[in-house]
Ligand binder design. Structure first.
Ligand code: DX5
Ligand code: ZN
Length: 228
């Protein structure tokens, strides 16, 4: 199966958002929105408001990746803004994981968990079967353009094996440094959803249509080598 391509909007050109969303609609399967509070990681990019701006302008599903210390304070706003999936960092929810996953579902959204590179699968194993998305961070959260951490391939392989063994429904997403140098290894390891940021998509060309075309060519070439 081909991976779902999820464009990370914190890397997009917000001055030309409308044409960018049109181009993404033709080449990607989802939009990835990084929401930060300046505390969980020391940066600020997008917000629930950003989701409400793009929601009427696209048919693509929107995933909200919450890099915030208190995700429980954001759930209603993110859902109301129009997110389809809400993904929370495992490190921020360990004392209320089940309750928050249930709340996300009650809000009519899909629920995801995000594992920082140093967080093991064991930390979320007890609720994996309640999720629709598991994101493996392949860089430390917070900034675009960081080098890919090859150690995360083993985590993805283990997660794919767990999913297979338990017949689970969640999709496995990789976020950070996902580009033509890493597509093949990520796909072989069992990644089903690529988050495309600066090196995988938006930095490929100043023209968004050309960038999308190049990204599609690169993904297809990498996948073709794996599936004959
Ligand atoms: C990083 C964000 C990513 C970011 C990845 O904290 O979660 O979504 O856009 O950017 P690249 O692909 O440039 O590493
Ligand atoms: Zn992200």
């Amino acid at each position: 199966m081909k991976p779902c391509l999820s464009a990370s909007l914190m890397c997009a050109d917000w001055l030309h958002l409308a044409p960018t969303l049109k181009a993404l609609e033709a080449s990607c399967g989802a939009l990835h929105v990084d929401i930060m509070d300046g505390h969980f990681c020391k940066s600020l990019y997008l917000s629930p408001w950003s989701i409400s701006v793009i929601r009427p302008a696209t048919r693509l599903p929107i995933e909200a990746h919450l890099m915030v210390e208190h995700p429980e304070d954001f759930l209603e706003a993110v859902a109301k803004a129009g997110a389809d999936t809400i993904a929370l960092h495992a490190e921020t929810i360990e004392r209320q994981a089940f309750r928050l996953v249930e709340r996300i579902h009650a809000l009519g959204c899909k629920a995801g968990v995000v594992l920082s590179p140093a967080t093991p699968i064991a930390a979320v194993e007890s609720y994996l079967n309640r999720l629709e998305l598991v994101t493996v961070m392949t860089v430390d959260a917070g900034f675009a353009g960081q080098p890919f951490l090859p150690e995360m391939l083993e985590k993805i392989r283990a997660l794919a094996a767990w999913k297979h063994a338990h017949g689970s429904r969640f999709s496995i997403q990789a976020d950070g440094g996902v580009n033509c140098a890493t597509y093949r290894a990520l796909y072989e390891a069992g990644t089903e959803n690529f988050v495309l940021g600066s090196s995988g998509l938006f930095g490929l060309d100043t023209d968004i249509y050309a960038a999308c075309k190049r990204m599609q060519t690169e993904v297809e070439a990498a996948i073709r080598e794996v599936t004959p």
